[in-house]
Design a protein around this ligand. Structure first.
Ligand SMILES: Cc1ncc(COP(=O)(O)O)c(C=O)c1O
Length: 529
């Protein structure tokens, strides 16, 4: 990326050094390093060549820096990070949870932080018990009998759940080819269905942003394998007809996959299993702490209904009288599945349970899941307790509605005055005639020290601005956020388009030429000369 042009020191925002305040502008390490400098002082050693002529003949081009230079560089970089620990992080559909320091401390306990995936299970009984206990909490919260713990992210959980659905259909001797996906769905939903070879049939949203059961019924046929429904949906609205939709889907012999990425709005309030859901992933990183900016880390366990329980992927934990046991191979599964029999109720006849091992999906990834995220999630649950989790869901919804009510007269809520769940969606009608786009507005927020909301998602709304205030934001912090947005909205409407087009002006980097970046990606640094 090109650096911003140096600005003249006199007038404007320019400085002689390029630094702003105490924020230091510096080159890449490859630009500032000097070959003759080193941070370590190692004695020369005489090496006897023994690689048959494959020894290096040239230096490998490591950057030459003194130790203080290297330390300063990385500390400065870390100071340029923006995180939920720095300020509000209102990215809708990406729930940035506060991660209490207690969780972090627990995740770093030597027995948990240093655990190795190749360690014999006999050496980690505590970790095994922790995974089983977390699965028990998730089962309790979702109202579903079994939970696959290994998926590594929400999208991976979707794959796992939809594989279970496909396996269940195949076990019935059916090869259904279509999956219904509402138009507002996260892109990972249709992508998952397509990856498994299904054709995707889109269900349009009705004018209030939710799914109409009549539209679902119109599309149901013996070819439909499942519907993938997000609840609350990506417009931040509760799908109030979920029960009617689920029973219509079941009556057609299909399954209900719920995208549970927004579970933080309903945990402790409603159990998806009671609504007719057959499979649902939970983004532990969104709902149960572990802030995940930049694509990780995360975990996407999948809760499965009794009908899908036999298709739980390996490995899974079984709570027995003497403790917890991991079932690693399908051969050992028949006895091990027995503890699920109660939960699966009448559906889980002895024969069915004994058959489970043969039909189990096998592994969907190596090892046993994302330990650090598991520890943080269980710690979050235990420290909140059941009532605390419910309170977190209520606070998330309250905060989003506070923002909605405080901005509805200056911005345009996408679906009128309907209350929202944990996130509030605005469209860009209120910017009409200003020459300012959603992107300009988001960039201008950066100059005011605010991380932008999610923009242009969901796609069902023009110029979408999806704001999700974390439930842990205080009234004071929400009021500051609202005050800045109101001021910016007034500025936008009073014809100050250039200030928006030029934003961000105070960030370490200016706006990317996104078209050029997409058309001519420069993915490797090359020296200037
Ligand atoms: C509604 C929804 N579904 C699925 C996902 C995918 O989750 P992940 O990013 O963990 O793969 C997300 C991620 O933000 C989401 O918001």
């Amino acid at each position: 990326m090109d650096r911003p042009e140096a600005e003249p020191a006199s007038g404007g925002q320019g400085t002689f050094s390029g630094n702003r305040g105490l924020a230091v502008e510096e080159g890449l390490l490859f630009e500032v390093g000097r070959a003759e400098v080193t941070g370590v002082d190692l004695p020369e050693v005489a090496v006897t060549p023994c690689l048959g002529g494959l020894e290096r003949t040239r230096p490998i081009g490591l950057v030459g820096l003194s130790e203080p230079e290297a330390v300063r560089h990385y500390v400065r970089l870390s100071q340029k990070n923006y995180a939920i620990d720095t300020g509000p992080y209102p990215l809708g559909s990406c729930t940035m949870k506060h991660n209490p320091r207690l969780n972090e401390r627990m995740a770093r306990l030597p027995g948990l932080g240093d655990i190795h995936p190749l360690q014999p299970l006999s050496t980690v009984p505590g970790a095994v018990a922790l995974i089983a206990e977390l699965a028990r909490w998730l089962g309790e919260l979702t109202g579903m009998p079994v939970v696959a713990m290994t998926p590594k992210a929400g999208a991976h959980g979707e794959l796992c759940g939809m594989m279970a659905i496909k396996a269940a259909l195949l076990a019935r001797g059916e090869r259904r080819s279509v999956v219904l996906v509402p138009a507002s769905a996260h892109g990972t939903n249709p992508a998952t269905a397509a990856l498994l070879g299904f054709a995707v049939a889109t269900v349009p949203a009705r004018p209030d942003g939710t799914v109409d059961p009549a539209e679902v019924e119109r599309r149901l046929s013996p070819q439909v394998a499942a519907i993938m429904l997000t609840n609350p949906n990506t417009c931040g609205l509760f799908e109030r007809d979920v029960v009617a939709i689920a029973s219509a889907v079941h009556a057609a012999g299909a399954y209900v996959y719920a995208d549970g990425a927004n579970f933080n709005a309903v945990m402790g309030k409603v159990r998806p299993g009671d609504l007719g859901v057959d499979a649902m992933h939970i983004n532990l990183h969104k709902t149960f702490s572990t802030p995940h900016g930049g694509g990780g880390p995360g975990a996407g366990p999948v809760a499965l209904s009794a009908a899908l329980a036999p298709f739980l992927p390996l490995p899974y934990a079984v709570i027995e009288e003497g403790g917890v046991r991991f079932v690693e191979h399908s051969g050992s599964a028949s006895a091990a599945v027995a503890p699920f029999a109660d939960a699966a109720g009448a559906d889980a006849s002895a024969a069915r349970v004994a058959d489970a091992g043969r039909r189990a999906l096998g592994r969907i990834c190596a090892f046993h899941g994302q330990m650090g995220t598991f520890v943080r999630a269980l710690c979050y649950m235990l420290s909140h307790g059941g009532d605390g989790l419910r309170q977190a869901a209520e606070d998330a919804v309250l905060n989003a509605n506070y923002i909605r009510a405080s901005l509805r007269d200056v911005m345009s809520p996408a679906f009128g005055d309907l209350p929202c769940m944990h996130e509030v969606l605005f469209d860009d009608r209120w910017l009409e005639g200003t020459g300012i786009t959603t992107l300009d507005f988001a960039k201008r927020m950066i100059d005011e020290g605010l991380h932008p909301m999610t923009v242009y998602f969901p796609l069902v709304v023009h110029g979408a601005m999806l704001i999700e205030p974390t439930e842990s934001e205080s009234r004071h912090s929400l009021d500051q956020f609202i005050a800045v947005l109101r001021a910016l909205a007034a500025e936008a409407k009073s014809g100050h388009a250039p200030a928006f087009k030029a934003a961000p002006r105070f960030a370490p980097r200016r706006r990317l030429d996104e078209t050029r970046a997409a058309r001519e990606p420069r993915l490797r640094w090359t020296p200037a000369c």
